[in-house]
Every structure is written in structure tokens, then in C-alpha cells.
Design a protein around this ligand. Structure first.
Ligand code: NAP
Length: 300
């Protein structure tokens, strides 16, 4: 059996079109243009690419994009002062500070400085708590993207056994909460899990968010299971030329696709959903800030 390949890139494009429609509706009916502010401190090349893509896609769906590129030696106080200014601006509905920040800046202080109402990454403990207690709010972008792909493929997730590998605040923990909310029976696995292959073999749904190239082997997968590969790992690709690299996920895709029922590729799976969900979250926060009900098809 060869698995159905879940087209995250195509789904993200459809989602961005839906977001553009909602943005047009907000402008037309309420005179509102959602605005997303992205801050980057320092010159990490990978982060620069992410931030450029975010800004471009924000504008493409008709939202306002505000980009702040700060030098690597920016004092923490100056960054906090910018965040405070953005917290108070009426034309900014989402604030994202690209991680990692330079070592002299405490990431937790930065995360806690963003107003929870504008925290489109769902890093703030208030929003993590809202997700935990089932309240409406923005949901961390990557897990939201995974959930949308799962709902689209399965329709209904109730009763499914799900294993999430990785327990980061960014991906693993919110992913597990979302699956629980959709009535899955959820197991969270991590680096201390005993017999990880055996645990994964029980799962109808596997979400791998580890950061280790091809760690999840084909014979770990239950036949017919759905596999979402969040991992982004760069490995040498001598076949492309000397010093060249390529991206792979946390799952051994070639082997897993022979066993799984459905699987996301890397690249082109979960990755494109993350930015699309960031835009979706900005529409959601714009609505909530202005006392409007967020569109039901953009939230969890
Ligand atoms: P992270 O904060 O480093 O967390 C990694 C998690 O994996 C930890 O919980 C760790 O367990 C667990 N882990 C490490 N080694 C393991 C092992 N041998 N067996 C089982 N679990 C193990 O990473 P993250 O931020 O969640 O990101 C994970 C991956 O997703 C990375 O490749 C990242 O680049 C990627 N990512 C992709 C997107 C996207 O848009 N596609 C978005 C975010 C992240 P412990 O807690 O026990 O240490």
C-alpha cells in the first residue's frame, strides 16, 4: 500500500484564499484591516527568510504588514518598549517576535510582554491556559495547521488513538491539547519515553515534532495510520553537488509511506500551513479585539 500524500502546500493556498475573503469582508463591512507586526532581532539567515515570507504573504491576503528589523545588539529594554508600543496600537492586531532572540535577551520576558489579545503565536501563558481550558483564542500556528489537515482528511477524529512525539510549548503540548479537544485518546511521547517504536505502533494518528532527521522508521507505523511530520531538518545532499543540503522531516518518508494510510511530505506538508495559520490567527485576533465573532473556519 502507498499512502495518500497530504498536500499541505495546496491546502495552505486554499486557506490563504479563504483568509483573503474574510479580510475583504472585514474591510467592507467594518472598515477594519487586520495588521500583523513581525519583529526580528539579529541577522539569522533562516529567520530572515521566514520573516520575509510572512510579510509577503500577509500583504498578499490584503492585511497590513509591519516589519521591524532590529540589530543583534538591541537592548532587551528597547525590544520591550517596541512591543509595548505595538500592544497599544489600534492598527496592529497580531505581534510576533521571531525566535530565537540573541542570548542577552530573555525569550520568556519577551513572550510575556506581548499582549495576550495580540499573541498570534499563542506563546503567552494566558493563551496556553485558554487552550487548556477550552476557551476561544488563537491557537499555536503549527498545531492549528496540523489539526486542519487532519480534519480535512478524516472529517471526524473522535475515538482515534493519537501519539504526539515531542512536548515543546510551541508544537507538542498544544498539538496534544487540540487532539484531545477533538476527542482523540492522546499519548505524548518524548526523549525519555520507553519503547517509542511500540508506543507509536499503537497510533491511528502520529504527529512527529522532534527535530531529528528520519527518526521515525517505517516499521514504527501502524498500517493505515495518518502521519504528520512537523520536523524540519537539513541534511547533506551530495547528489545535488558539493556542500549542498536538503530538507527532511522527522519521519523516514520513503519507508513510512509504504505503510501509512496518509502522510505529509517535507517540504510541502505541515510547513506551508504554519504561515497560513499565522494569518488566520491575525484575522481571529482582529475580530476578537473588535468585539466580532471570528470566522468559524479559521479557528480550532
Ligand atoms: P524542541 O523544542 O526542540 O522539542 C523537541 C521535542 O522532541 C522535545 O520534547 C524532546 O523531548 C523530543 N525529543 C528529542 N529527542 C527525542 C527522541 N530521541 N525521542 C523522542 N522524543 C525526542 O522542538 P520544536 O520547537 O517542538 O520543533 C520540533 C521540530 O519541528 C523541529 O525540527 C522544528 O524545526 C520543527 N518545526 C517545524 C515547524 C513547521 O512549520 N513545520 C514549526 C515549528 C517547528 P524532551 O522534552 O524529553 O527533551
Amino acid at each position: 500500500m502507498t499512502a495518500h500524500i497530504i498536500d499541505g502546500k495546496g491546502f495552505a493556498e486554499t486557506l490563504r484564499n479563504r483568509i483573503a475573503d474574510h479580510v475583504a469582508g472585514l474591510k467592507r463591512e467594518h472598515g477594519l484591516t487586520p495588521g500583523l507586526a513581525v519583529i526580528i532581532v539579529g541577522h539569522d539567515p533562516a529567520s530572515q527568510v521566514y520573516v520575509r515570507n510572512k510579510a509577503r504573504q500577509t500583504e498578499e491576503v490584503g492585511m497590513n504588514s509591519f516589519k521591524y528589523e532590529l540589530p543583534a545588539d538591541t537592548p532587551e529594554a528597547a525590544l520591550l518598549s517596541l512591543i509595548d508600543e505595538l500592544n497599544n496600537r489600534q492598527d496592529v492586531h497580531g505581534i510576533l517576535c521571531q525566535m530565537p532572540v540573541p542570548a542577552h535577551i530573555d525569550p520568556v520576558t519577551v513572550i510575556n510582554a506581548v499582549a495576550p489579545a495580540k499573541d498570534v503565536d499563542m506563546f503567552h501563558p494566558v493563551n496556553a491556559g485558554k487552550l487548556m481550558t477550552g476557551q476561544v483564542g488563537p491557537v499555536s500556528c503549527t498545531p492549528l495547521g496540523c489539526l486542519m489537515l487532519l480534519r480535512d482528511y478524516h472529517g471526524e477524529l473522535t475515538g482515534k488513538s493519537a501519539v504526539v512525539i515531542g512536548r515543546s510549548n510551541l508544537v507538542g503540548k498544544p498539538m496534544a491539547q487540540l487532539l484531545l479537544k477533538d476527542n482523540c485518546t492522546v499519548t505524548m511521547a518524548h526523549s525519555k519515553t520507553v519503547d517509542l517504536p511500540g508506543v507509536v505502533r499503537q497510533a491511528d494518528i502520529v504527529v512527529a515534532a522532534v527535530g531529528r532527521a528520519k527518526m521515525v522508521k517505517g516499521d514504527w507505523i501502524k498500517p493505515g495510520a495518518t502521519v504528520l511530520d512537523v520536523g524540519i531538518n537539513r541534511i547533506p545532499a551530495p547528489e545535488k553537488g558539493e556542500g549542498k543540503t536538503r530538507l527532511v522531516g522527522d519521519v523516514d518518508f520513503e519507508a513510512a509511506k509504504e505503510v501509512a494510510g496518509a502522510i505529509t511530505p517535507v517540504p510541502g506538508g505541515v510547513g506551508p500551513m504554519t504561515i497560513a495559520c499565522l494569518l488566520a490567527n491575525t484575522v481571529t485576533t482582529c475580530c476578537l479585539i473588535n468585539g466580532l465573532t471570528p470566522p468559524g473556519d479559521l479557528t480550532a
